[in-house]
Design a protein around this ligand. Structure first.
Ligand code: PLP
Length: 387
């Protein structure tokens, strides 16, 4: 097999339109935060339910800014599902607060609202639900609980755009929503992210803190309507988005629905191959929610094969198929385990899901024949490995 035959796990969907837009930004004379970033903020706001948008250089930055804006302090607790990427909990540590890692639901790998309720203490200030693989969690239960217990809800929507929940677009479900435009996500600016909120004071604080805590941004300072004067009101961060990234994002945003439709067709193909399998389990979709199909996760049924999940991924690789695992639960990692005293069975559902899960390639440019090739590889491995 030549390296050209290897089917990657993820691939960005970049057309000539994105390339032309980036070249135009490069030729314009303004390459960092400027008019394209402002336009991207306005257009993204329209697609995310109308809240104020602060474009930044990652979802991690957006979550950090959100926690800072709501006033998270050392000693505060923030509830985070253990089944997530590093970013969701590390931002809590940036502010010296304690991430409390809770278990997820076996049905959809999403945060368990009852586990959130059990984890609330007098020190809890916020909860950061993740919409695993692109399917919304039971967000209404989380926000109801947040309202009852005085918690701020910050959505980690890194997997979840575009999407709807009971007719409402993502960006309107929580107090603040953080989006990712990382290279593998459903729309990309290579690196990038957005924070969305309807609270004007939080939006203003996030905007100021995203650029050194300076009360006016550089574009306004150097453009004709600006002036040389600025004030530093807090020691901020350096999280601003470039206009090169925004140029890419403006085109990706226009194509976001079309790219999600393509992902959905791939997920449908996988579902029809695996939904009735006695070797694998798929994650069933909820009837009342959309799905952005960022990931396609399959699980081994307990005892179905002689080989484990790791061996399945290795055999897929030998057949030229890139697979991955989402995620190694945070409470199993040395840092969280040792610093906060978790044991593997502290979150038993996430542990079990992790041990049986693997993620198949899914991206909008993936050809139907390639999806079929993945299906055949998975079914072959199942046949060979059967007890
Ligand atoms: C990718 C990802 C992030 C981080 O996004 P960046 O834009 O790379 O900072 C955060 N949370 C989850 C669940 C992710 O998958």
């Amino acid at each position: 097999m030549s390296p050209m035959d290897f089917l990657p796990f993820a691939l960005p969907d970049i057309t000539d339109r994105e390339i032309d837009a980036v070249v135009a930004a490069l030729r314009s004379g303004w390459i960092t935060t400027g008019p394209r970033t402002r336009e991207f903020e306005q257009r993204f706001s329209a697609a995310a339910g109308g809240g104020e948008v602060v474009m930044v250089n990652s979802c991690t930055a957006a979550m950090h800014l959100a926690l800072e804006a709501i006033g998270i302090q050392p000693g505060d607790e923030v509830i985070v599902p253990t089944m997530t990427f590093a970013a969701t909990a590390e931002v809590v540590r940036y502010l010296g607060a304690t991430p409390v890692l809770v278990d997820v639901l076996a049905a959809d790998h999403n945060i368990d609202p009852l586990a959130v309720e059990r984890a609330v203490t007098s020190r809890t200030r916020a909860v950061i639900p993740v919409h695993f693989a692109g399917m919304p969690c039971d967000i209404d239960s989380v926000t109801d609980l947040g309202r009852a217990r005085g918690l701020v809800v910050i959505d980690d929507a890194a997997h979840c755009f575009p999407c709807e929940y009971r007719g409402r677009p993502v960006g309107t479900w929580a107090d603040v929503t953080a989006f990712s435009f990382y290279a593998t996500k459903t729309m990309t600016t290579a690196e990038g992210g957005a924070a969305v909120t309807t609270r004007p004071d939080w939006a203003e604080r996030m905007r100021v803190m995203s650029l050194h805590g300076i009360s006016k941004d550089a574009w306004k300072r150097y453009s004709v309507e600006g002036s040389w004067y600025y004030e530093i009101i807090a020691p901020g961060f350096k999280y601003n988005m470039t206009d090169i990234a925004a140029a890419l994002g403006l085109v990706q945003l226009e194509r976001a629905e079309e790219m999600t439709d393509a992902r959905r067709r791939i997920a449908d193909q996988y579902d029809s191959a695996f939904a009735e399998s006695d070797t694998f389990e798929v994650i069933p979709r909820h009837a009342d929610r959309g799905h952005s199909h960022h990931l396609y996760v399959l699980k081994l049924r307990p005892g179905a094969l002689r080989v484990g999940r790791g061996e399945v991924i290795e055999r897929l690789k030998q057949r030229g198929v890139g697979a991955s695992v989402h995620f190694i639960p945070l409470h199993l990692h040395p840092y969280y385990r040792d610093r906060f005293g978790y044991r593997p069975d502290s979150n038993p559902i996430a542990l079990d899901l992790f041990e049986r899960s693997f993620s198949l390639p899914i991206y909008s440019r993936m050809a139907t024949a390639d999806v079929q090739r993945v299906v055949e590889a998975v079914l072959d491995i199942a046949r060979e490995g059967r007890r």
